[in-house]
Design a protein around this ligand. Sequence first.
Ligand code: ADP
Ligand code: ZN
Length: 742
Amino acid sequence: MRYASVVIAAPLDKAFDYEIPLEWRGKIQVGNRLLVPFGPRRLAGYCAGLKEAPDYPKVKPILDLLDPEPLLTPSLLELARRIARETLCAWGEALEAMLPAGVRGGTLPGKRLVARLAIPPSEALARASDLDTRAPQQAKLLRRLAGPAEAVALSQIGPQAAAAAKALVAKEWITTEAVEAAPELLLTETVERKVPLPLTPAQEQALAAILPAIEAPAHAPFLLQGVTGSGKTEIYLQAIAKTLARGRQAIVLVPEIALTPQTVRRFKERFESVAILHSHLTEGQRDSQWRCLRSGEAQVAIGARSAVFAPVPRLGLIVIDEEHEPSFKQQSKPRYHAREAALWRGQIENIPVLMGSATPSLEMYQAARDGAVRRLLLPARIGESPLPHVTLLDLTEEATQQKGFHLLSRPLAHALEKALAARRQAILFLNRRGFATWVHCPRCGESLRCRNCAVTLIYHRAKKLLQCHYCLFAAPLPRECPTCTFPQIKLFGAGTERVLEEVREKFPRAVVERMDSDTTQARGAHREILDRFRDGAIDILVGTQMIAKGLDFPNVAVVGVVCADTALNLPDFRAAERTFQLIVQVAGRAGRGGMDGRVYVQSYRPRHYSVSCAATHDYEKFAQEELSIRKDLRYPPFARFVRILIQGKDEKGVKAQAEALAAWLAPNPKAAAAASPGGAPEPSPLEILGPVPAPLSRLEGKWRWQILVKMAPAAEVGWLSGLPKPKHGIRVDVDVDPLNLL
Ligand code: ADP
Ligand code: ZN
């Protein structure tokens, strides 16, 4: 082929044709990174296809082939295109987002020793059997090299691999070679290997449902629903083992916050080469993980959202744990949801996608009801621990019974006392950082607000500062009201710091610590607090949702939710769903590992179905209630939203721009057609809500207006890419299926 079509890694939506110079004909493949002339510039792009004849008569030649191997697989190129189409960004932008910065940029320092077979794999396997008793390390290395990865770094196999490799090189069965790479490869920490557990009948059934799709392989989406501790992870592990046994690789997506050493260890105990992708990696580390995945050397990729782009050569399964987590949605361009991206990739690569949750998103629940996703249920916790008993406490009532201001109701305080006396531990959860969330003057009624954002300032006692949680604004607490000089301004609303203070006052002999993003900023701080909690050095841990996920500490006797309805009043149609999910998740921290545990949920609205259903662990009832409301109001999953956010420093300009966009949207005939595929029977399938000021009407000094476009659930969104360009100084962000409506 003499021509290549090239996607430039920039906000451009199409591929451009270039001529392949003679020296690279036959070498350049789809996915290769190339240097091409683009106007007066030289830019990096990706080969998206090869052709005999260009679309235009005059094409320029490719300047350079940037890597010997293609960085992207054809599937990833296609996935980028799909993401661009569905989230309304350019193909090149979606491609860029797939690649870690280091890989995009160039090559890496350092060398590592890599081994390769010098004999056919079948022969290697036969010789490995002969070596099993005499030289087990050599046998292991041979088997590894006969596997899907052609070359394997020795550092990755274990401390004895180098000696084994030397012996095998002497026999001329393998060769070794020093290659360029970052010094740190796959995580070298050695863990004890564990074998798969014999499955319970419910697990057996669930796995059996998934297996045919793994074996085929074929695309099929599964929703594995089971409370925490019901054995979902064990199913992921065994499904992955089956995938690897077929010579394919697997990707596991977990919320960033749940990407704890504890989670990762469970995968490393089962699989030899696990690559971890998370935001705390250095560029070099991220890069080397990525390359190990690209070469097939790493068999399993675990990571947050962007791990859905792990460039493994033969993907066989994608697992998404905690499918309902909002952190799977990226809040900047490309605004993809990792769950949706995984489903698209599953279609493109024709492989199963396994989604798990204790509290499935209503989107997936409805998809299961519609038959688009197969739901598999794990009905109970494994082993001795039943679900913890939950006591609901009405904070309004409690306030009338206790003098003064208390964050802990008497039953919760009493339970903590008992737990401490029995030398057990407790977790207290409040989803707000800081000391006071609202600083208010009782005389003039003013509260202290951020000067850049339409929010109140939060008082942080440890730092002795008033802080805005949205921008970086901070100021000391004034002695008097800035408006009326009244000398006694008051602190209202409580965050984790205040809970900490009250608990320390009430239990002076207990060790009480706080875990939230203020106390875990330093690298390793997160792990250190958890290690101390596990070792029993901390009696009571107070924290935000950081402590709600994935923690499994058997000695926790009491879990307290200090205020269950902090999220319930947010102007967001998912407020009830979030509230329900959070309470269930926090409650799941109690009564693990065969020990009993109790949960106390304090709430001002204990009768709200999101709180009461969480207290009875009743997902079905919650989902029914919530879905019937969503259906009446025509909210997702019964409609599709696109949010258009208009921001700028000039308030009038923002408003005018918002109005202009709304005027373009309303009568758009293309819109109406696209918005109701197949002429959906619903009344007015296309609705334009707004323009109105966004709930957060000002942020970081910018005014914010929004328009919500409401369409039928399966509506096309492509027509929205034709939105007129905004005026200078105004920014317009289009978010398809937004999770954040503030
Ligand atoms: P989930 O992912 O749903 O929270 P896990 O897979 O982590 O559940 O299982 C919860 C606990 O039960 C873990 O300690 C796990 O080792 C154990 N477990 C899971 N499956 C089995 C099984 N089949 N037999 C015995 N123990 C199991
Ligand atoms: Zn601010």
